[in-house]
Design a protein around this ligand. Sequence first.
Ligand code: HAM
Length: 418
Amino acid sequence: MMKKFQTVRGMKDIMQSESKAYRALENKLISAANQYGFNEIKTPILEETSLFIKSIGDGTDIVEKEMYSFLDSKKNSISMRPEGTASCARALIQNGLNDSINKVWYSGPFFRHERPQKGRYRQFHQFGAEFIGVENYEADFEIISLVDYIWKSLNINPTLIINSIGDHTDRKNYVKVLVDYLKKYETSFNDNEKNKLKLNPLRILDSKNEKTKDILSSAPKINDYISKESKIHFENLLSILDAKNIKYKKDDNLVRGLDYYNRTVFEYIDTKSNTQNTICAGGRYDFLFENLCDKKIPALGFAIGIERLMEYSGYIDKENKLVNFYIIILDEDNYLYSQNIANLIRNISKKFIVSNSYNYNNIKSQLKKADKLSADYCVIIGAEESKNSECQLKSMNSGLQENININALESYIKDNIL
Ligand code: HAM
């Protein structure tokens, strides 16, 4: 028996029935980011593995076990990008940061070899934006304000969870105290948590394990260990969010799973769901550039998981309602004539979709096909119509059919359909 090929586990096709909504949703995000002064950046899917190790951190889940990595023919280790921030930083450094401030957005596929489940795929799509070059809390506000603007344009309201994890030295001091505290409870931890305690103790803070959550409730809090500057930065951000009436929840245990973060970190959560409920996540990474190019450049950003946003918002493209025309030709000789009409209609509006029937004989079966394809109008062309430079225009909704001269077609459509 012939092998039936399937998508690779954890990856999915976005078929015609869904792809229009995906594209329209992406266009909304792009347009919002453009309005905030961000420009598109396109970086390759493949990068040197060491870029991600150095940026995301080698004790993180992504680098430890989720990257699609391979050796190329020259034995260089290459990885499929698991996220976009490291690539953006690399690209800006490589191509020269021409201005002191760079604001970029990207949209595309990312790859993580995670255990697949609803909302978690091995190829997924992110729309992200990175704001490079401004240390002030105003940049943090602008990023959150952009995401808020996007949610408003989609009429949704996920919950903003926010925290400050201070700067790197604050974090080092805090990790020491945290490990001292957690070590007392090590026997209560599962293997995964024991491993995290060794490699990346901060990751225990967002454990979903009830027993661990109990232990954490009395653990030292990161906010008590962050520097005065970080505290002021965070307080300023929160007060501007208050002033702009952007609601948030402060969460001491929010630390994020990537090592490059410092100070502000945030996530937008669907509170009605318990699993894979983070729709958008981001934060500040003032030390990433320094780590990659020895130059200290402050930055922050976010990424939205498109599949999760789609699921959460139930997005349907209501604004770009298209009108489908289906051309029915009764005689092959009239094909050329039909194509003149098809282009005439396409040129009237981008909203007009024109497709053809390729079956010339039976009008009944052609009308049936038009119905199946959800055509709004059929353009019917027989020998008589072609001879007289006319066509029949049939509304599939009302059933009304009119004979129209080709010279009058544009104004008829503009008056009655556009
Ligand atoms: P992240 O939290 O790893 O952050 O991913 C951001 C978002 O991508 C998640 O909140 C989620 O919506 C989506 N996502 C991640 N993994 C998957 C998956 N396996 N399946 C479906 N969706 C997924 C970052 O990637 C950072 N680069 C964000 C950032 C930008 N920070 C600063 N700038």
